[in-house]
Design a protein around this ligand. Structure first.
Ligand code: ADP
Ligand code: MG
Length: 273
């Protein structure tokens, strides 16, 4: 395998798709694990009140005294105070989410710079101190203020698309939201990557969806496709990524390949398309 190249500058990526259950969280944590396994420093920011990314990274986000992304957004804690190391992964860190975050969508509305809270909270000196090369932000299944905060904080959007019926449903709305954020809040934001997930090679439909997505997004679609595999869905129950849970499995290999491809792939032309 060998180490992956460090990016010339920090990459901040929002993993977004307002549909639930398409593999956002699975992609965020497993891409993160894949990158970190190859020696890169990675921070996952869990921006979904369900805290599934935190769980998958082995972080107990139900502890009452935990400093979470909620306090980070409200400015009550610093990034340094909110960062936790994922127990069994070198170089992999997480800012966990707690259920408090469910209220943040509304609480943020009345705050100053409400769209910029996350961007302003991501202290670059803290990232440098922890040796972070990649920040992956796991979004909730909505296009609300939390997702807008993620899009303002990031430069890239990674869209996971499930190889199922109605795969592209809602993607148009996501793209329009990205354009709005780009026009008004963050000119550098762009879709850099699309990842096909939960591919079932036995169905003709999966191939049709994959082709449709490639026609739509061209070379932004990673060549690596993530297969549907029960093991991938089991891993979070053990507080692990698939790469820890069953390193030799097809699911683990595919996320390792996707991470490698993502790290090497030249970042698509900056900003406005
Ligand atoms: P989202 O974050 O978009 O809601 P998740 O990553 O939580 O989606 O995935 C939804 C469900 O599908 C979860 O139960 C997850 O474990 C499962 N899942 C994700 N990817 C795969 C896969 N490649 N194979 C099988 N199950 C998967
Ligand atoms: Mg999720």
């Amino acid at each position: 395998s060998g180490n992956l190249p460090r990016p010339p500058e920090l990459r901040v990526i929002t993993v977004a798709n307002q549909k639930g259950g398409v593999g956002k969280t699975t992609t965020a944590v497993n891409m993160a694990a894949g990158l970190s396994l190859h020696g890169l420093g990675v921070l996952v920011i869990d921006l979904d009140p369900q805290g599934n990314a935190s769980t998958a990274l082995g972080i107990d986000h139900r502890r009452p005294d935990i400093a979470s992304v909620y306090e980070l957004l409200l400015g009550e804690v610093s990034l340094r105070e909110a960062i936790q190391k994922s127990p069994s992964n070198e170089n992999l860190y997480c800012v966990p989410a707690t259920l408090d975050l469910a209220g943040a969508e509304i609480e943020l509305v009345s705050l100053v710079a409400r769209e910029n809270r996350l961007r302003n909270a991501i202290a670059h000196e803290t990232l440098a101190e922890f040796g972070i090369d990649y920040v992956l932000i796991d979004c909730p299944p909505s296009l609300g203020l939390l997702t807008v905060n993620a899009m303002v904080a990031a430069r890239e959007v990674l869209i996971p698309i499930q190889c199922e019926y109605y795969a592209l449903e809602g993607v148009g709305q996501l793209l329009r939201n990205i354009e709005l954020v780009q026009a008004h809040l963050n000119p550098q934001l762009h879709v850099s990557t699309v990842l096909l997930t939960m591919y079932d090679g036995r169905t003709k439909l999966a191939d049709q969806v994959a082709e449709e997505v490639r026609n739509h997004f061209g070379n932004k679609v990673l060549g690596t496709i993530i297969p549907r595999s029960v093991k991938v869905s089991e891993a979070p129950g053990y507080g692990m990524t698939i790469i820890e849970y069953d390193p030799g499995s097809r699911g683990a290999m595919s996320y390792l390949d996707a991470a490698r491809e993502f790290a090497f792939k030249a970042v698509a032309a900056e900003g406005v398309q």
